[in-house]
Design a protein around this ligand. Structure first.
Ligand code: NIG
Ligand code: FE
Length: 412
């Protein structure tokens, strides 16, 4: 039996099989069909086209989508959705004048979250995180990368990754797991950072491999965290375990992290609030996806990733939430799309490409997610009534999602 959406006002982001990302000027095109139908068989898109071309089959279950848009669900390729508690006191401290970096230097920031997480049981961590996942489902997220990195000990990193694995089994959102042991240098290793890098390489990576807990590896490559040498060591070791990099680079300082990521064939390089000409050059002709995290820029009041510079250089760009308790406490991709348009001057077409197909590419799943393509997973958003897709970013702060469809099942 098929589920068939009929009378869809606009069916958005239609791509041929084999188109895995979109770059440069082409990001300003969002292929669509007005007055369309889309059929789902089991968990996959099985057919779509102009309404006139719909030939009903016996047993079709029709859903009338008059006045509504249908598009691929959001592909959020960078998040820290598994965390314990919150850091609202640091938020208040920043309002009162401290910077994110000053808070981190005082032992707050990532180390603060690590302290809380250490005291939190696996069961409670799962419960807290799963509640966030339920909210994301309602906001149209259909694929999500989640990082570890608030553990910073062998046991706590494994605890986080096991929670991510359990989430993957209990949500229909497609989950990818990234090991981010190198998120901050823990207190106990303050004056011996290279010993902590050794711990990551010699203890954490082998255990993660044995339990098959991660798809990718990440490093916070930044002044005061992990430098180029540390990053190079970790990425080299991770490669032996089959983990491709997706790294945090150029959040506050540009010092060659992007070129290093490209050298290691990183699937993505993320943040990029600071971007030099050399960084752009390094990205040209690479297969690495640049990822912007405008929620972090908004929340911390730091520059936005210069998206125009990247697209003018014929590069692609993805958008993600960075959902985490310190620099971006929201996993709402609708708001991210709005921010991209309002603050980064991306067109709605560019932002929608960046938040769907390119996001899927940045987590290595664009063969199955991120566009309206026959054979891809039916992970979709059916919007509230609207005239045009520009209304999605335009009405910032609203949830444009009427129904989320995951694996062919209609939720909420
Ligand atoms: O992507 N920059 C590094 N990691 C996170 C923030 C982590 C935190 O403050 O808890 C980020 O912004
Ligand atoms: Fe992050």
């Amino acid at each position: 039996m098929r589920k068939v959406f009929i009378n869809i006002k606009q069916l958005l982001q239609i791509r041929p099989k084999g188109e895995f990302k979109v770059a440069g000027a082409l990001m300003n095109e969002l292929p669509k069909i007005d007055n369309a139908f889309l059929a789902i068989k089991d968990d996959k898109i099985s057919a779509f086209g102009k309404m006139e071309a719909y030939s009903p089959k016996k047993g079709d279950e029709c859903i009338d989508a008059t006045g509504r848009l249908l598009l691929p669900s959001w592909c959020d390729s960078h998040s820290h959705t598994v965390f314990a508690g919150h850091r609202s006191q640091e938020f208040v401290d920043r309002i009162n004048g401290l910077s994110y970096e000053e808070i981190a230097q005082r032992g707050g920031g990532i180390l603060n979250s690590a302290k809380t997480l250490e005291k939190t049981s696996e069961t409670s961590l799962f419960k807290q995180s799963m509640a966030r996942i339920k909210e994301l489902e309602k906001m149209g997220t259909g694929a999500l990368e989640i990082k570890s990195g608030y553990g910073l000990t062998v046991d706590a990193e494994l605890k986080m990754l096991r929670v991510i694995k359990k989430i993957a089994q209990q949500t229909a959102i497609k989950i990818k797991a990234t090991f981010l042991g190198a998120h901050a240098v823990p207190e106990a290793y303050k004056s011996k950072k290279s010993a902590y890098v050794d711990l990551i390489i010699n203890k954490m990576l082998p255990k993660i491999k044995t339990e098959n807990l991660a798809d990718y590896v990440d490093v916070f490559c930044e002044k005061g965290y992990f430098d180029l040498k540390d990053t190079d060591r970790i990425l080299t070791a991770a490669k032996r375990y089959g983990l491709l990099p997706k790294i945090h680079v150029n959040q506050f300082n540009a010092f060659g992290g992007i070129a290093l990521g490209v050298k290691h064939k990183a699937l993505s390089v993320d943040h990029l609030e600071e971007l030099s000409e050399a960084d752009i050059e390094a990205l040209k002709y690479s297969q690495t996806m640049p990822v912007a995290l405008p929620g972090c820029s908004f929340f911390l009041g730091i520059p936005y990733t210069p998206s125009r510079k990247l697209m003018d250089a014929d590069l692609p760009l993805a958008l993600a939430t960075d959902f985490n308790p310190g620099s971006a406490p929201s996993g709402n991709m609708n708001f991210i799309v709005s921010l991209a348009c309002i603050k980064m001057k991306m067109t709605p077409e560019e932002a929608l490409n960046a938040a769907t197909l390119n996001g899927a590419y940045a987590m290595g799943i664009s063969d199955d997610y991120g566009s309206i393509t026959v054979g891809k997973k039916a992970n979709l958003i059916l919007t509230k009534p609207m005239e045009n897709y520009a209304e999605i970013p335009y009405a910032f702060g609203n949830n444009p999602v009427y129904k989320t469809i995951l694996n062919g099942r209609i939720l909420n």
